[in-house]
Each structure stands twice: as structure tokens, then as C-alpha cells.
Design a binder for this molecule. Sequence first.
Ligand code: ADP
Length: 262
Amino acid sequence: GDHIRLQFQLTLYGNGEHLMLVRDVTRVHQLEQMRKDFVANVSHELRTPLTVLTGYLETLLDNVDEVQPRWRRALQQMQQQGTRMQNLLTDLLLLARLEATDYPADNRPVAVAPLLQSIRSDAIALSAERGHRIELQADPALLLKGSEAELRSAFSNLVFNAVKYSPEGGDIRIRCWRDAEGAHLAVQDSGPGIEAKHIPRLTERFYRVDASRAANTGGTGLGLAIVKHVLLRHRARLEISSTPGKGSSFVCHFPPAQIATR
Ligand code: ADP
């Protein structure tokens, strides 16, 4: 809007003097808003032509017998890349919407256990031939205040990452519980793990530990950025810990104020 944004910084010195810095960040804020709007608009505009393209590709592949064999492989590649681009645009748009406001549109009680059960089923379908064991332990009474759609995308990004980055037959554990400090949700895997130096940067958009490995998993590079923003909007924080060669653990911590009572 038309607000002026000021940033204050107060420094206290040992001798009792102090220094106050006031900075006008109105323009910076406006530019940041323009960037977010631009990303949202571009993602939205690119979706329509892409839908038309992939629609025609699908028709061609439905009638693959009429297509010259030497073109089949090319068509399949085009369809794969089209799907990848669609996923990317969906994630970009979601991220732009998450950034647009400080708090979720919804603030209703969300039952966590059934949500995790449904994410677990999707993850099992996703890991179909790779036979992961996905164990779920969820406090059946736990309700969080917030947006079910947003929490679903955050939690499923964590669970799908665990599946994507774990080798065949890997063990994945999903747990949620509450205690005096609030509510907690943990996703643990027995995958390759992540070196400590990468951990602080994982939630940056498009940050990847291993570009070649990430390319094969079909991710968009935006998953953990989405997780971070959804959690910020729910006053929660993400704790990542990992042991290379052993596995990783992603834990979401919600303060007691985010726990709902029916
Ligand atoms: P991507 O679409 O590449 O999965 P994310 O933002 O979800 O993007 O994750 C960022 C990077 O963090 C991934 O490319 C991968 O290198 C690393 N990563 C995320 N989850 C895991 C995990 N469970 N085990 C190992 N590495 C992971």
C-alpha cells in the first residue's frame, strides 16, 4: 500500500552512549513487492500455452500407432519436460502466493493424523516399485491452527523428498506429537544424508546439493522453500539435521499457540 516503511537499529555502547539508525526502506519494499507480483503473473501466463502444448502431445501419444516410430521417443521426452515445466510453474505460483501475505487465509483446526495418513498413501504410490517402508506414528488428537492446503503441501514436500532421495527399500518414519513446547512433526529417512555445509542453504529457492541427482528425481528445487514459507506463516520453524551416509531428519516445531482445541 501507501505505507512508509522504516527500519530502526539501536546500538548501545558501554560508556552509556547510544546510536539510533533509521532507514527508509519503502522503496526496497516496493521493489520486492513488484518482483513477487511479476513472478506470480509470469507463472500464471505461462500455464495456459503450456496446457495447450501438453494437451496436443497427449493426443499424439494416445494415437502413438499412427506416429512414425522414430518420433515416438521425441514425443515422450517432450511430454516429460512439459510435465516438469507444469510442476515448476505450479510451485512458483504457490510460492508467490505464500509470499504475498503474512498469514494463511484459513485459520481453522486441521487434524494432523488423517492428513499424514493421506500423504503417506500418496508417498507409497509414488515409491511404488522402490519398496520403501513408510512408518507413521501420529497423535490422533492433534489439531493445528492454519490452512490444511498449505500444511499438506509442506508436509508432503518433506515426505516426498524422503522417498525421492532414499535408495530402494529405505526406511522412512513420520511422527507427530505434542509436549510443553508445542507440536512437532518429524520426517526421518535412511537416505544419503546431507553434508553440514549445505544445510543452512537448503530452503533457498533452486538450491540443490547435487544438481545431477536432483535432475533425475524430477523435483522443482522449490520444495523446501515452500516448506519454509508455509511454516513461517504458521509461526513454526524447521530444524534440519543429517548424518552423511546415514540419513536426514526434518522436524517442524509449532509453538503451543498454534495448537487448536475443537
Ligand atoms: P528438489 O525439488 O530438488 O527436491 P527441494 O527444495 O525439495 O528441491 O530440496 C532441495 C535440495 O535438498 C534437494 O535438491 C536435495 O539435494 C536436498 N534434499 C532435500 N531433502 C532431502 C533428503 N530427504 N535427503 C537428502 N537430500 C535432500
